[in-house]
Design a protein around this ligand. Structure first.
Ligand SMILES: O=P(O)(O)O[C@H]1O[C@H](CO)[C@@H](O)[C@H]1O
Ligand SMILES: O=c1cc[nH]c(=O)[nH]1
Length: 247
């Protein structure tokens, strides 16, 4: 997130030296946070428990700092479902492993079900801006959030595998039919928490591979780095538009 903060610093033409941007949370190893102008850039670790702790703390911070008109983006990586590597997916609905647009949280031994719908206007605006950027193929679709990278995402190459190759294809086919275009590990709790707290939110993730073509990410490192910059470029473009820095 330091590099995103530095990128935003340059994109917004902010005063001061980029090298001086400090990690506000450097006293803890839980996550990193950088503030550049009106933008906070925060890491969230991997998986639902990790991002949900960060979101609780961030949302309290935003409340006490009396921040207004906040939009929260999760930018990151994912596995594509029928999309070639390098495609940016703006999430329509975040869905669970059963393709349901909901997040289940166990509270005091009871299951609370929360909706994972994201802000439609922000998603459409992002899609519109993507057409202004060269070489960033972008779609809107559902994003499946799993609690595991290997078996949970139908991978055959983990330390454990409890299903056949044919069952894997069937699951990915069903996901695709349910509108799933990519798979990652944080979007449902992110969408649910932002929605309950009345915060506009969007999930913008690039696909690192097409899961119909394999499980391993074998793309060269420099190409992956370029792919990972795509959601950052799109969100930076959105921020510049919203701040009326570009027309
Ligand atoms: O967007 P990033 O942080 O790369 O996250 C994706 O990559 C991790 C798995 O490698 C999971 O956390 C998944 O959601
Ligand atoms: O396949 C992938 C790639 C990145 N992140 C995931 O969660 N899955």
């Amino acid at each position: 997130m330091r590099s995103f903060a530095q990128f935003i610093h340059e994109q917004l033409n902010l005063p001061g030296n980029m090298a001086d941007i400090r990690d506000i949370c450097e006293g803890t190893d839980r996550y990193s946070m950088f503030k550049v102008g009106p933008v906070l850039s925060i890491s969230h670790g991997m998986g639902v428990p990790s991002i949900s702790i960060m979101l609780h703390e961030l949302i309290k911070l935003l409340y006490h700092a009396r921040c207004r008109d906040v939009i929260i983006f999760r930018i990151g990586t994912s596995g594509g479902v029928g999309l070639s590597a390098g495609t940016v997916v703006i999430t329509d609905k975040a869905v669970d492993s059963f393709f349901r647009p909901q997040f289940e949280q166990v509270v005091l031994g009871k299951v609370i079900v929360r909706s994972t719908e994201l802000d439609e206007d922000v998603a459409q605006e992002l899609l519109q801006y993507s057409s202004e950027l060269p070489d960033i193929p972008t779609v809107i679709g559902n994003t499946m959030c799993t609690h595991d990278f290997y078996e949970g995402q139908g991978r055959l190459d983990g330390a454990l595998c409890s299903f056949s190759t044919e069952e894997k294809w069937e699951y990915l086919r069903k996901a695709s039919e349910a509108g799933v275009r990519n798979i990652e590990m944080e979007s449902t709790v992110f969408a649910a928490m932002c929605r309950v707290c009345n915060l506009k939110a969007a999930v913008v993730c690039v696909t690192l591979l097409n899961r119909f073509e394999g499980d391993q990410i074998s793309t060269p490192h420099d190409v992956l780095l370029e792919y990972q910059q795509r959601p950052q470029c799109l969100v930076a473009h959105f921020i510049k538009k919203r701040l009326a820095l570009i027309s």
